[in-house]
Design a protein around this ligand. Structure first.
Ligand code: NAP
Ligand code: 3JN
Length: 333
């Protein structure tokens, strides 16, 4: 039995932080003491952990001595500023933000794919973006055996990826539209209810969004293949939880849809749901609250010599962020 750890959750009051608390409890992570941090707005607020009321501390006015593992999900700016402070106080930081993901000496880890990278950490381990995580869990087994040359991915991302306020915005707009009222808009650049927005995060000079570039760059780093060609289009859809992805791959060696199904049935963290005759395929509403990455609609791409199409769905707050971070923490034990 591993020694119990002093754990900190930074961004504990947010969508990802709250899920982290749930998952630490569910998986019986060996917690000796837990400290919860958020902004000054949440100072003194109490959150439940294993039946106890834990006071939220103001991150900017706290000391961090004695913390063994810190799970960060308070945005990249807070990670840039505070992760090094936690590390200097001898904690290992598992960071859910993009702050350090592409740093050379920071492992970017999805345990099913590259858990060997964890041991190279120098205080910070980065948790990838949610869209990246579910895709690499599904594609890595195929890449290992048939070598993927090119990926074209289109995402259908739920509003929970943008935090608690974004979830509230979808609820509010839905009610407003049904009642025939003008919509309130604060988080997204357009009405998100009953709509699809081809923009997740902000645009860069090359015409791609930050989310699209993260998906492309992070995938190469995690799959340890700088030659992988990837093209991503990320779309926000009016779904509360779970991201869905249409993924097209071209492989060096030919594989049939049947071979892909067999391979994925044995893959860690993957569940194949693929019975078109019965209209069975992965759905966001069924993936919500689950830990696995669901794959279906597996079929050969008839436009190329060796290619496949797949539909990949997973709960973005669980495997896409909080669960993956807690799994990394479990490997640290
Ligand atoms: P959220 O629901 O909006 O929650 C934001 C959290 O950050 C809250 O706990 C908030 O505290 C805290 N925070 C904000 N400003 C702060 C400050 N100045 N000092 C301390 N804490 C502060 O957002 P979320 O969905 O949980 O996402 C949080 C972050 O996690 C994102 O910015 C992103 O970096 C990361 N994330 C990663 C993934 C992934 O794909 N791996 C997915 C989603 C999010 P208050 O409640 O006090 O404001
Ligand atoms: O929008 C989504 O579905 C995922 C969002 C992730 C996110 C949101 C705000 C800031 C990130 C991330 O994980 O890359 C960040 C960030 O840390 O840059």
């Amino acid at each position: 039995m591993p020694k119990n750890k002093n754990v900190a959750v930074v961004g504990a009051t947010g969508a990802v932080g709250l899920e982290m608390l749930k998952i630490l409890k569910e998986r019986q992570f060996p917690v000796k003491d837990i400290r919860l941090f958020a902004s000054d707005r949440s100072k003194g607020k109490k959150l439940k952990f294993k039946g106890a009321d834990i006071k939220v501390e103001d991150l900017s006015r706290s000391r961090f001595r004695g913390i063994d593992i810190a799970l960060f999900s308070a945005g990249a700016d807070r990670s840039f500023e505070f992760a090094p402070k936690f590390v200097r106080a001898k904690a290992v930081v598992i960071d859910n933000s993009s702050a350090f993901r592409m740093e050379k000496d920071v492992p970017l880890v999805v345990p099913e794919v590259n858990r060997h990278a964890i041991k190279r950490h120098r205080g910070i381990i980065a948790n990838p973006n949610c869209s990246t995580i579910q895709m690499v869990v599904a594609l890595n087994p195929i890449h290992k055996k048939y070598r993927i040359k090119r990926i074209v991915v289109n995402t259908y991302q739920s509003v929970s990826g943008a935090g608690l306020k974004a979830m509230a915005e979808l609820t509010t707009q839905t009610k407003e539209i049904i009642r025939g009222r003008d919509i309130t808009r604060n988080v997204f650049p357009h009405q998100v209810a009953f709509n699809c927005l081809p923009q997740v995060d902000t645009f860069l000079k090359n015409g791609y969004t930050k989310e699209e570039m993260k998906t492309m760059n992070e995938t190469r780093k995690i799959m340890e293949d700088g030659s992988l060609k990837i093209s991503a289009t990320c779309v926000r859809v009016p779904v509360f939880r779970s991201h869905s992805e249409s993924v097209n791959i071209e492989t060096e060696r030919k594989l049939t849809a049947g071979e892909a199904r067999e391979l994925l049935r044995k893959a860690p963290g993957v569940v194949v749901v693929d019975n078109p005759g019965k209209s069975l395929y992965p759905l966001a509403i069924y993936a919500a609250g689950r830990d696995e990455v669901f794959v279906g609609r597996i079929r050969e791409d008839e436009s190329v010599a060796s290619g496949l199409n797949l539909w990949v769905v997973s709960d973005n707050l669980r495997k896409g962020s909080a669960l993956n971070a807690v799994q990394i923490a479990e490997y640290l034990l």
